[in-house]
Write a protein of this length. Structure first.
Length: 391
């Protein structure tokens, strides 16, 4: 049954499309008579359905706008407008950079800033004109991709001049580009908003975690709680917490933990650091840094149709990004890396097949599972990913 839209303590109430259509049909019959032809296939009914759809579309916009007042439901620009209320802004995309070797006439001064095209069609632009080649006709310069985001470029793939430049004959990159970063996602923005809200609280684990993450250069924090009476299997005493963190100044982290934790809650860790309360009295806080465990990978791949020189670097980047999602104490299941590797080059027909995949850490090489200690976080560095191409 149709009703006038309204807002109350329970939120927005809007009639459905079917309710609107029923009300429009009833009003139409009241105006033009009960015997008017309003079969579904009739022009008049179709016109009414257009009106109902337009009203329903507007209602959906109202619902989205109302929901965007809540950071958990807001997205895009709506979420951007909420972030300054907590002193935050969305992280923007950055640009990839590449070092180019310019070749041309010895001692020539280039009148324009060169632009180079890579094999994938991206343009890389030098930032200044007036570059002078040396007596051998070369210059080493840095170029920035004109497209923001994590744009890859393998060595030797930035090699075509976009337009002629007097005195310049060729360009090439001897090393792979340094990828930029994508714009911050809505999910990441929501997490930071949640952390900012929690940072103003005290006593809860969320408040402690948010406080630690607010310390400059701290990039990770995990809190393990033992709310029992006895020491647990990690040797954490009863009614105590262990704050694991990465980055930042340990003394600043300790003070933040003291400021945020509830009175009487013990702390555990291999770092014992002095802190002071509001009256200047000394106390001790125990902490522990996260143990970073970088895993070396060996991948044997067989190139197929569509394979190109950029694929190994794209695989490395995908693996590094995946490792960043692993939690402290989470085991590395080597087989879980297969979809990451294949997904690095899209969802179409694979351009390669993986013949072998092994992970090595601490003298152990396996294609099964690497077990992490409770205070350990597995990571992957691009330089430790060996990709072997076989025929």
């Amino acid at each position: 049954m149709y009703f006038t839209p309204y807002i109350d303590g329970n939120g927005v109430h809007i009639p459905s499309y079917e309710d609107r259509m029923e009300a429009l049909v009833a009003s139409y019959r009241n105006i033009f008579g009960a015997d008017v032809n309003l079969e579904i296939s009739s022009p008049d009914y179709q016109l009414l359905s257009v009106f109902a759809k337009a009203l329903d579309d507007m209602s959906q916009i109202v619902l989205v706008d109302f929901a965007s007042r809540n950071p958990q439901y807001a997205s895009g620009v709506g979420l951007d407008l909420l972030m300054p209320l907590h002193g935050l802004v969305r992280g923007g995309a950055t640009y990839s950079t590449v070092v180019l070797t310019l070749n041309g006439t010895p001692n020539a001064v280039l009148p324009a800033a060169p632009e180079a095209l890579d094999d994938a069609g991206y343009i890389w632009r030098c930032q200044t004109a007036g570059i002078q080649l040396d007596e051998n006709g070369q210059a080493i310069v840095t170029a920035i991709c004109t497209t923001p985001g994590a744009i890859p470029a393998a060595a030797g793939t930035v090699r075509q001049l976009v337009s002629p430049v007097s005195g310049l004959s060729s360009v090439v990159n001897a090393a792979a580009a340094t990828p930029g970063t994508e714009a911050e996602t809505d999910a990441s923005c929501r997490n930071r908003l949640k952390a900012a809200a929690a940072a103003s609280a005290v006593g809860s684990l969320d408040a402690i975690r948010a406080g630690v993450l607010s310390v400059p250069n701290v990039n990770a924090c995990t809190i393990i709680e033992n709310n029992g009476d006895m020491e647990d299997e990690r040797e954490i005493p009863g009614h105590s917490i262990c704050v694991l963190f990465a980055g930042g100044n340990a003394y600043d982290v300790a003070q933040k933990v003291f400021d945020k934790k509830a009175p009487g809650i013990g702390t555990y860790g291999n770092l014992e650091l002095p802190v002071t309360d509001g009256w200047g009295n000394p106390h001790t806080i125990k902490l522990q840094r996260i143990t970073n465990a970088n895993v070396a990978l060996t991948i044997e791949i067989r190139p197929l149709a569509g394979y190109d020189a950029t694929i190994p670097d794209r695989i490395r980047e995908a693996l590094v990004a995946y490792a960043g999602t692993l939690s402290v104490g989470q085991d590395l299941v080597v087989s879980s890396l297969y979809p990451v590797i294949y997904g690095a080059v899209g969802t179409g027909s694979p351009a390669f097949s993986v013949n072998l995949l092994t992970a090595t850490y601490g003298g152990t090489t396996t294609s099964g599972i690497l077990n992490a200690n409770w205070n350990q976080k597995f990571g992957i560095r691009a330089s430790q990913v060996q990709i072997v191409e076989v025929n």
